[in-house]
Design a protein around this ligand. Structure first.
Ligand SMILES: *Cc1c(COP(=O)(O)O)cnc(C)c1O
Length: 360
C-alpha cells in the first residue's frame, strides 16, 4: 500500500519531499559517512544543521533580534510548567481557557502560583473563542496565556486578546507556521512541532530576551530554566538532534513553497473547500462558530454517532486515515496542516459527498 491521506491531528503528515530527502541521507549525511542520528551534536556538521535551522525559522517568521529561538525537549506539555516557573515573578498569571490544552496549562500553572481564569468557552464545549477585547486582567499578573489554535475543538483566535499591556504567552502548537505572525506582539510563542513541523518530542520556544532571567521560582531545575538553554544556544545538553534536522528541512520546504504568506493562502483555500461543503451538506455539519473556525483542525459531525463511526470506517477503507474526532468530543476531525496537499481535501470532500448520497 502507498501513502494514505493522513488527517491526523498529531503526530501528523509531513511533506513527502522532506521524508524522501531524509531517507536518501539516512546512511550518509552530506558526505559525513554517518546518519544525523549518529553524529556528535558538537560536531561542525551538526553545528551547521542547527544554525541553518534557526536562521531559516527566523527568516520565515521574521523574528526580531531581541527574541531567542530555543529548540527544547519535553514537547509542548512541558511548557505548561516551564512558563510559570520562569515567568511568574509575582506568582500570578491570567489564563484564557478555550480547550483541553489551555485548561491543562491553567491547571499546571496553579501548582506554582495563582492562575486566574479570565475567560473561558467551556460553557459551550469550547466551540467558540470568547470576546477578549476588554477582559478583567488584574494589574499584577505576570502574563496572559492563550492557546491560539485549539487542536481538539477546531477554534482559532482571529484577533489576539487585549492583554492590557501584559506579556502575551501563546501555545501555537497546531497553527505553527501556518500563516504569518507578528512576533513582537508576544512575549513567548511556543509550539510542539509534531502538529505542523516535525517529529514529536520537541518544542520550539520563541522568547523575548528580557523574559529570560535567573530570577525563576525557587527549585526550578536547571533544565527547565530558559536561561540555561538560551545561554547555550540550545546546546546545553544533547538536543533532540534528529528532530531539529527534520524541522530544518521543513523550514527549507516552507521557504521554497513561498513562505508563510503563501502558506496562509494555500491553507485558506484548503479550509474553504471543506467548510463550504460542511455548510451546504444536509448530512455533515461543522461544530464551531463560523467566525472562529481554525484553518488547521476541522471538526464535524453527522449528528448520529453510529453514522459517524460508519463514516470513519468507510473513509479509512478508502485511504483517508485518522478522521476520528478526539476521544473527548467524538464525531470527526480533519486536520489539514501545511503538508496536506489540496488534492487530499478535494478528494475527502468528494468522498463525503458520495457518502452523503448513499446515506440519506
Ligand atoms: C498537541 C498539543 C499539545 C501537547 O503536545 P505534546 O508535545 O504532546 O506535549 C499542547 N498544545 C496544543 C495546542 C497541542 O495541539
Amino acid at each position: 500500500m502507498g501513502r494514505v491521506y493522513n488527517f491526523s491531528a498529531g503526530p501528523a503528515v509531513l511533506p513527502e519531499e522532506v521524508l524522501k530527502e531524509a531517507a536518501a541521507e539516512m546512511l550518509d549525511y552530506n558526505g559525513s559517512g554517518m546518519s544525523v542520528m549518529e553524529m556528535s551534536h558538537r560536531s561542525k556538521v551538526y553545528d551547521e544543521i542547527i544554525k541553518t535551522a534557526e536562521k531559516d525559522l527566523r527568516d520565515l517568521m521574521n523574528i526580531p533580534d531581541n527574541y531567542k529561538v530555543l529548540f527544547l525537549q519535553g514537547g509542548a506539555s512541558q511548557q505548561f510548567a516551564m512558563i510559570p516557573m520562569n515567568l511568574m515573578k509575582n506568582k500570578k498569571a491570567a489564563y484564557i481557557v478555550t480547550g483541553q490544552w489551555a485548561k491543562k496549562a491553567y491547571q499546571e500553572a496553579g501548582k506554582y502560583g495563582e492562575a486566574i481564569k479570565v475567560a473561558s468557552s467551556e460553557d459551550k464545549t469550547f466551540s467558540y473563542i470568547p470576546d477578549c477585547s476588554d477582559l478583567d486582567i488584574p494589574e499584577d499578573v505576570d502574563y496572559v496565556y492563550i492557546c491560539e489554535n485549539n487542536t481538539i475543538y477546531g477554534t482559532k483566535y482571529k484577533e489576539l486578546p487585549n492583554t492590557k499591556g501584559k506579556t502575551l504567552v501563546a501555545d501555537v502548537s497546531s497553527c505553527f507556521l501556518s500563516e504569518p505572525v507578528d512576533v513582537t506582539k508576544y512575549g513567548v510563542i511556543y509550539g510542539g512541532v509534531q502538529k505542523n513541523v516535525g517529529p514529536a518530542g520537541m518544542v520550539i520556544v520563541i522568547i523575548r530576551e528580557d523574559l529570560i532571567t535567573e530570577d525563576v521560582l525557587p527549585g526550578t531545575p536547571t533544565m527547565l530554566t530558559y536561561k540555561t538553554h538560551a545561554d547555550a544556544d540550545s546546546l546545553y545538553n544533547t538536543p533532540p538532534c534528529y528532530n531539529i534536522y527534520i524541522c530544518g528541512k521543513v523550514f527549507k520546504w516552507l521557504k521554497k513553497m513561498g513562505g508563510l504568506e503563501k502558506m496562509k493562502e494555500l491553507n485558506e483555500k484548503k479550509a474553504k473547500i471543506l467548510y463550504d461543503f460542511l455548510d451546504e451538506s444536509k448530512l455533515f455539519r461543522g461544530t464551531v462558530v463560523p467566525k472562529d473556525r481554525s484553518l488547521m483542525n476541522v471538526p464535524f459531525v453527522t449528528g448520529n454517532e453510529e453514522l459517524d463511526a460508519k463514516f470513519v470506517k468507510a473513509a479509512k477503507a478508502a485511504g483517508f486515515e485518522n478522521l476520528k474526532g478526539h476521544r473527548t468530543v467524538g464525531g470527526m476531525r480533519a486536520s489539514i496542516y501545511n503538508a496536506m496537499p489540496i488534492e487530499g481535501v478535494e478528494k475527502l470532500v468528494e468522498f463525503m459527498r458520495k457518502f452523503e448520497e448513499e446515506n440519506s
